[in-house]
Design a protein around this ligand. Structure first.
Ligand code: NAD
Length: 280
């Protein structure tokens, strides 16, 4: 792919969680292409092994590891393996995250509900718990495992993945919105807590991207936008969706110790203007 910035990550060990997915797979590949030694972690082992093979075929350094970001013991085991294969972690990308249908209402507004719809009152507490755990603890636990050596070496960089809905919640997804707000808040907490150790901690807040998971929610079969899609685009000053590769410039910048040497605790929106617009 065409890299957005001429930044070198040669010899840097970059650990990416959620690398079996669309966005973090793109980030992992981009870091590998920029010279880093990449550890691609995901619950989906097949996906990260495939990613690692593709990187190796292109002449880059990347290893795939099965890792559940909610399992401290498994993370410790993977950490030992990454140390043996690639060395200590310089940059940690906490990318694993997502929503769950059990924590999603069918209707945007309660007064508009129709018979049989799942309302706020039907939300499954376990589904809500799942979403908070995946996004918040799934950011905290890998940081406990991989940032310890950063603190000892007095250098390192953590990049969390928040979302647009951390600023203002999106309809239907209260748990995912709240959990990403917690990720943004935690980013500031970590930045402060580690400020004296040489570790910087920032986040990106991606806007609306078209992915395989949400394509059918955004576009009809004939390619025309759905009503939800029209609402999103009407609320986006640039009037378009964000492409996955458009995250890379912000990611590279925030992870470069020289370019972003005094930047810690920021959450960078990459959203075609969505978070800047009040709707009026
Ligand atoms: P994705 O579903 O393609 O990728 C997520 C990956 O996380 C998957 O490969 C999945 O296997 C992995 N994963 C899930 N649970 C895990 C666990 N317990 N341990 C380890 N890995 C686990 O999603 P994506 O669209 O690439 O999103 C990546 C990140 O970006 C997520 O944090 C998401 O919340 C965030 N985000 C996405 C969008 C978007 O529009 N796609 C917008 C804003 C933020």
């Amino acid at each position: 792919m065409e890299l957005p910035l001429n930044i070198e990550f040669t010899e840097k060990v970059v650990v990416v969680t959620g690398a079996g997915g669309v966005l973090c797979g793109t980030m992992a590949k981009a870091f590998a292409q920029a010279g880093a030694k990449v550890a691609a972690l995901d619950l989906n082992e097949e996906a990260v092994k495939k990613l690692a093979d593709e990187c190796k075929d292109a002449g880059y350094i990347c290893e795939g590891y099965k890792a559940n970001v909610l399992d401290p013991e498994e993370l410790e085991a993977v950490h030992r393996q990454v140390l043996a294969d690639l060395g200590p972690c310089d940059i940690l990308i906490n990318g694993a995250g997502g929503n769950n249908p059990r924590a999603t209402t069918d209707n945007e507004y309660h007064h508009e509900k129709t018979e049989g719809q799942k309302t706020f009152f039907d939300l499954d507490p376990n589904g809500v718990d799942f979403v908070f755990k995946l996004n918040f603890q799934g950011t905290l636990l890998p940081t406990q495992v991989f940032a310890k050596e950063m603190a000892e070496r007095k250098s390192g960089c953590i990049l969390n993945v928040s979302s647009m809905n951390a600023y203002v919640p999106l309809t239907k997804i209260p748990a995912y919105s709240g959990a990403k707000a917690a990720v943004s808040n935690f980013t500031q907490w970590l930045a402060t807590h580690f400020a004296g150790t040489g570790i910087r901690c920032n986040a990106i807040a991606p806007g609306f991207l078209v992915s395989n998971q949400n394509r059918s929610l955004l576009f009809q079969e004939d390619g025309a936008p759905t009503p939800r899609s029209n609402k999103i685009l009407a609320g986006t000053p640039m009037g378009r969706f964000v492409e996955g590769e458009e995250l890379l410039g912000g990611v590279f910048f925030l992870c470069d110790d020289k370019a972003a040497s005094a930047i810690t605790g920021v959450v960078l929106p990459i959203d075609a203007g969505y978070s800047a617009y009040s709707g009026v």
